[in-house]
Design a protein around this ligand. Structure first.
Ligand SMILES: C[S@@+](CC[C@H](N)C(=O)[O-])C[C@H]1O[C@@H](n2cnc3c(N)ncnc32)[C@H](O)[C@@H]1O
Length: 244
């Protein structure tokens, strides 16, 4: 059954509470989640490397949260022009506060906005980041966000989607299941994350008109980073002809 979105745009009240307030809650939660992968900072450095933004490029980030990956991108390449969106006012307030401490030639912009409809010009960005948000969304919203990412990306640019991965091996999967509380009744992300893992991020990116270029994984492989370019050759039925 399709999951209905609340008026806030989130599928659950838990997200409204977590992302609406500007407290340190999110960073504590995400720090816990990333601990087995080497910690949040290390993961963000890897994500920035997967993003591979070059000096002078224009970068847009959809669902930026409190700006942790964006900070790693700016640490790695200070002279990019970065604009980032999130639906949560609390997340954006915290991201802005963190950005005040950055010394970048062009200050990054953090804005409250819907990742599925940014209102930004088409084909205007060299890097489009979709970071760790799709697993909290129902399938139709995931597709809308990925289509928006494809729309924003220049033909020569790249879309980088970072997401929960179906860990390989029973032990790794059991660890992921336990640590990320997929077993917890009422955990809203268990439903959508497991649906994404079943459906396949690569397949959903292809459906959105993206052609896969690279795959990256954390260690253990609980998180994946798929790098794609616009222009998957879609048939009328939205099925992709090419294979990696
Ligand atoms: C798990 S957090 C990930 C945040 C960040 N990208 C990170 O890596 O830490 C998911 C984020 O997606 C945001 N989000 C969910 N739906 C959104 C939408 N339609 N438009 C913009 N942001 C959205 C939430 O507010 C939340 O901050």
């Amino acid at each position: 059954m399709p999951l209905a979105l609340r008026p806030s745009g989130y599928p659950s009240r838990i997200y409204e509470r977590l992302y609406g307030s500007a407290g340190p809650w999110y960073d504590l939660v995400v720090g816990w989640g990333m601990f087995p992968l080497g910690g949040d900072r290390r993961c963000r450095r890897d994500f920035a490397a997967w993003c591979d933004a070059r000096p002078g490029q224009q970068v847009v980030s959809l669902c930026c949260g409190t700006g942790n990956t964006e900070r790693a991108i700016l640490d790695r390449t200070p002279d990019v022009e970065l604009v980032a969106f999130d639906l949560g006012p609390g997340q954006i307030a915290r991201a802005r506060r963190k950005a005040e401490r950055l010394r970048t030639p062009v200050p990054p912009r953090f804005e409250v906005g819907d990742a599925a409809a940014t209102g930004l010009p088409a084909a205007g960005y060299d890097r489009v980041l979709v970071g760790l948000c799709l697993h909290e969304m129902p399938r139709d919203l995931r597709l809308r966000v990925l289509r928006e990412a494809a729309r924003l990306c220049r033909p020569s640019g790249k879309v980088i989607a970072i997401e929960h991965n179906r860990a390989s091996g029973r032990l790794a999967r059991a660890g992921q299941w336990l640590w990320w509380l997929y077993w917890l009744p009422g955990n809203p992300e268990a439903v959508t994350s497991l649906d994404l893992q079943r459906s396949g991020l690569d397949r959903e990116m292809e459906q959105a008109g993206l052609r896969l270029l690279e795959r990256h994984y954390t260690r253990p492989d609980w998180v994946q980073g798929l790098v794609a370019e616009p222009g998957g050759c879609l048939t009328p039925g939205n099925r992709v002809r090419y294979r990696l």
